[in-house]
Design a protein around this ligand. Sequence first.
Ligand SMILES: [Zn+2]
Ligand SMILES: [Zn+2]
Length: 387
Amino acid sequence: MPVKNRFAELQAEITEWRRDFHEHPEILFETHRTSAIVAEKLEAFGCDEVVTGIGRTGVVGVIKGKATGSGKVIGLRADMDALPIHEATGLGYASKTDGAMHACGHDGHTAMLLGAAKYLSETRNFDGTVVVIFQPAEEGGGGGKEMCDDGMMERWGIQEVYGMHNWPGKPTGSFAIRPGAFFAATDQFDIVFEGKGGHAAKPHETVDTTVMAAQAVLALQTITSRNADPVDQIVVSVTSFETSSKAFNVIPQTVHLKGTVRTMSNTMRDLAEKRIKEICTGIGATFGGTADIKYHRGYPVMVNSEEQTEFAAEVAKSISGQCDDAPLVMGGEDFAFMLEERPGAYILVGNGDTAMVHHPEYNFNDEAIPAGCSWWAEIVEKRMPAA
Ligand SMILES: [Zn+2]
Ligand SMILES: [Zn+2]
């Protein structure tokens, strides 16, 4: 089966919604306008229940099938937030807000899930209940986690969850997925080396934190190259090196390092945290100073469940004729928290030959809408078939 005819009909309307969201990007939990429009549309479609304020600015809509005797409840999730990037697409509907841009295609995700909600409210051709989930703050704010913490899964009895992300460089409307670990855990570290500042011409009277921190930057590379099993994926990147001195003749009292760790398993995550602490504490002591280390755990590894992934791939194949094996992605995804609470699957839909997500020239491809919406609708109709 190719895309559903109804979505070919709805594509122009869904595109209009998408471009309106694109023109008015909102960052993290500040998705007030977007959330209001989403809630308004869900009401207009005739959803059985629409609730705002879940996970601060998140929105939930409930659509009951013709029958609900199966007792099944499926959650479909889209993200709504934009990025703090200055848009450089030159599009007629480019961002009207300086320093904010839909550079990850969440405008498209929101519009596609709204399109699916409209269709499912019209047809109700399933036996069970659909919960459409619109979350804020995917880009580093943990909006999905906040919706879970607000008791969303329990409140609506959600049993399985599905998510989707557009993917530049992949043919428009084609799909890719993988079971098991898919997106990386994303952690951050803050390390402050403290020594004894002083005159750069009298180094023997100081404890030089620059030397300490420089040693640490190099030694941290050995977590990946010497501590981790070579078949495991791990990235340790130091991304900021800031000394407390701006002068050429002062040895700084402190140096502050920042960085990120990306891993695909809790074993690697634990290893990275342990080694960062050991290495930096050791280096501080070796050079006569101290190291204060803060390791902050961000999004966990996003793990696709076996059964739901197989099912999601079958649905994708029925729509676009194929479903590729997706590569591991070392980026993070807030949907990981929902997949920790319920089994489910997350799929990539091709965005065609566009700039990569998070690039100022990126744009969501509206031609992917029929395939994306069809996947949502088919997940529901095939997983909870009407009698
Ligand atoms: Zn993103
Ligand atoms: Zn994204």
